[in-house]
Design a protein around this ligand. Structure first.
Ligand code: PMP
Length: 439
């Protein structure tokens, strides 16, 4: 017998996927987020990343934590390493109620379901409520991970405008009216009311009751996603939507930004009737949330002054917010605008007409700075004049240098003759020289 063909099956990134015909229809809604696609390039040390939303964990008491983890395993290892209930550990659910009380929520531990991060909470909510073609209304822009979860269940996201006071109630009303007129079923309002990802704004207290009333009037369930609520720079907290309308709000919480994202512990507080379905959905997704992580969070809350720890985080992030805002003011060319966050991780920048932040990104990365283009935070293809800058992770010096580099790239986009490194490149008057210690 002779081998006639020497051709080997193609493999690697560009080969056709042999499983293409097998995928469920819903996978069409699963696309790599632009942010995730960025992670490989922005990991390079010469690139200052203002792209990802990684919390800065340097202030955590690592030695104490490591002793506590060792103690948990030594004293309670057979429980910590075992399966547990899908509902979550009872003590942790009680502690979560104490955390939520800071934002005015009166909850029973029984109604809390622990999840592997609030991202999983989003997936469970989408799984429970979204049929293909259902509409979810959400702020425009919206958290990219939520868009991914709704897309994975083939829901359509309709964006509602925001301004510096958050979601615009009149826009919400108009979107719901329009959906009703065209016969589409709106199931959910997805909102991040505090220190919004990516817009950096907070829903005005005066708007909260109105948003809830509109949703009630149109029979829409509210999903309140609140991972940043305790990270207000002046220590102020806002009344949670859940505290104002417990029966029509599903609340998602997380320890990722106030403690440690690697533990993957979040929670859902649902109206009582929904709780059972959430537990069943958790069971089918993962049997139970991670026991060891839950015990670590629970022990930390029990033994550590976690409120002071959050205050330290807030102060660190405030210093970085100040660094980004002053650098934007100092370096960015005329015609750019940006939000002024009072908490959280993000500032949302709008650039002059004619600049496309998605196209510009490759040049920015070559110039040593990365950001997230606004297009990733919308499902309607718009957002090309916006970008999200995350100031949570780099040091203030790196933030300043990152914004300076960004300004140079923008300068080139606005006038190609002056592109960075181009023949006509010259320093614009609003771009001061780099400081010598800038990384
Ligand atoms: N919601 C929002 C608004 C977020 O910004 C994030 C993380 N960036 C999440 C949910 C998911 O967080 P986690 O799964 O780590 O709790």
């Amino acid at each position: 017998m002779t081998e006639t063909s020497t051709a080997r099956p193609r493999s690697g990134r560009n080969a056709p996927d042999p499983h293409r015909e097998r995928y469920a229809a819903r996978t069409a809604g699963m696309t790599a987020s632009e942010i995730r696609a960025l992670f490989s390039v922005v990991g390079r040390p010469e690139v200052i990343s203002l792209a990802g939303g990684m919390p800065d964990l340097a202030a955590l008491p690592l030695e104490t934590l490591s002793a506590q983890v060792a103690q948990i395993i030594a004293e309670d290892g057979l429980t910590a390493l075992q399966y547990t209930s899908a509902h979550g550990l009872p003590l942790l659910r009680e502690q979560i109620c104490d955390v939520m009380a800071l934002e005015g929520i009166a909850a029973r531990p029984d109604d809390v379901v622990v999840t592997a991060g609030s991202q999983m909470g989003l997936d469970l909510v989408a799984r429970l409520f979204c049929d293909p073609g259902d509409v979810v209304v959400a702020e425009g822009p919206s958290y990219v991970g939520a868009l991914g979860s709704f897309g994975a269940y083939q829901a359509r996201v309709v964006h509602v405008a925001m301004d510096e006071h958050g979601l615009v109630p009149e826009g919400l009303r108009a979107a719901l009216r329009e959906a009703g007129r065209t016969g589409r079923r709106v199931k959910l309002l997805y909102t991040v009311p505090n220190f919004h990802n990516p817009a950096g704004v907070t829903l005005a207290v005066g708007r909260r009751a109105e948003v809830l009333e509109i949703c009630r009037a149109y029979g829409v369930l509210v999903v309140e996603d609140n991972p940043y609520g305790l990270l207000g720079f002046d220590g102020r907290t806002y009344p949670a939507l859940r505290s104002l309308d417990p029966d029509n709000v599903v609340y998602l919480g997380s320890f990722s930004k106030t403690f440690a994202p690697g533990l993957r512990v979040g929670w859902v507080l649902a109206p009582h009737e929904v709780r059972e379905k959430l537990v069943l959905a958790t069971e089918s997704a993962m049997l139970c949330p991670p026991t060891l992580s839950q015990m670590i969070v629970s022990r930390y809350l029990l033994t550590h002054d976690w409120k002071t720890q959050i205050k330290t985080f807030r102060e660190n992030y405030r210093e970085r917010r100040d660094a980004v805002l002053s650098a934007l003011e100092r370096y960015l060319p005329p015609g750019c605008t940006w939000t002024k966050p009072d908490g959280g991780f993000y500032v949302w920048v709008t650039v002059p007409e004619g600049v496309d932040t998605k196209v510009m990104l490759a040049r920015a990365v070559s110039a040593g700075v990365a950001y997230a283009s606004g297009t990733g935070f919308r499902t309607d293809g718009s957002g090309g004049r916006q970008m999200r800058l995350s100031y949570c992770y780099p040091t203030p010096e790196r933030i300043r240098e990152g914004v300076r580099r960004l300004a140079m790239v923008l300068e080139g986009e606005m006038d190609p003759a002056r592109a960075v490194g181009g023949a006509g490149s010259r320093r614009m008057p609003w771009l001061p020289a780099p400081s010598p210690d800038a990384g």
